[in-house]
Write a protein that binds this ligand. Structure first.
Ligand SMILES: Nc1nc2c(ncn2[C@@H]2O[C@H](COP(=O)(O)OP(=O)(O)OP(=O)(O)O)[C@@H](O)[C@H]2O)c(=O)[nH]1
Ligand SMILES: [Mg+2]
Length: 209
């Protein structure tokens, strides 16, 4: 493969209200939205990063967490090389539903997909219902990478997206991930229901990884 113009497709999944759209907004536009603007169908965002002098476009599909959109979400796993699986550290039920999200990912995504587990809203320490240790243990048991983050303060937001990219890049180098999946920039298809917002906002960002 050539070392230029890679595109990694990401999908962000997890229960409604855990902060998926806010994580995307913080990563692409460096701002926080305090109101819950329920995602209908899917939304799309993008940002260009650099890994070892290679320019990589992250094409990110932010899905709706509500159960009624689950079948639409399932159609977005195809071709994804990274998944951000998000729960809310202040709502235990969102942690308890992780297994079911993981089953969806395993059933619908490429087998080599890199999954990053994110315990979001870690700024709300006083309301915490899930400990960091529980998140770490779930990740270890299921072979996931793990970070706690806050879309509000931006803590670990860039790190989560960039670490995932770095793991995908390594997978391609080692031949574990098919280079055809990531070797060219593909224009995202606007399919299925109400892809409401295109907050594409390409910025160059030196990757610390
Ligand atoms: N304190 C705090 N609030 C957050 C954080 N991330 C998101 N929120 C709030 O949580 C609510 C839900 O955030 P969204 O990003 O809309 O949730 P979502 O996961 O996209 O929800 P769906 O689109 O319904 O699946 C909003 O009111 C956000 O302001 C965070 O890190 N800290
Ligand atoms: Mg949303």
């Amino acid at each position: 493969m050539t070392d230029a113009n890679l595109a990694f497709k990401y999908i962000i999944i997890g229960d409604s209200g855990v902060g998926k759209s806010c994580l995307l907004l913080q990563f692409t536009e460096k701002r926080f939205e305090p109101l819950h603007d329920l995602t209908i169908g899917v939304e799309y965002g993008a940002r260009v990063i650099s890994i070892h002098d290679t320019s990589v476009k992250l094409q990110i599909w932010d899905t709706a967490g509500q159960e009624s959109f689950r079948s639409i979400t399932r159609s977005y796993y195809r071709g994804a090389s990274g998944a951000l699986l998000v729960y809310d550290v202040t709502r235990r039920e969102t942690f308890e539903h992780l297994q079911s999200w993981l089953e969806d990912a395993r059933a619908n995504a490429n087998t080599a997909i890199v999954v990053m587990l994110i315990g979001n809203k870690c700024d709300l320490e006083n309301n915490r219902e899930v400990s960091r240790e529980e998140g770490e243990a779930f990740a270890r048991k299921n072979g996931l990478i793990f970070m706690e983050a806050s879309a509000k303060t931006a803590q670990n937001v860039d790190e989560a997206f960039l670490k995932t990219a770095s793991m995908i890049y390594e997978g391609v180098q080692k031949g574990v991930i098919d280079s055809a999946v990531v070797s060219e920039k593909q224009k995202p298809k606007r399919n299925t229901v109400s892809p409401s917002v295109s907050n594409e906002n390409n910025q160059n960002d030196g990757c610390a990884c």
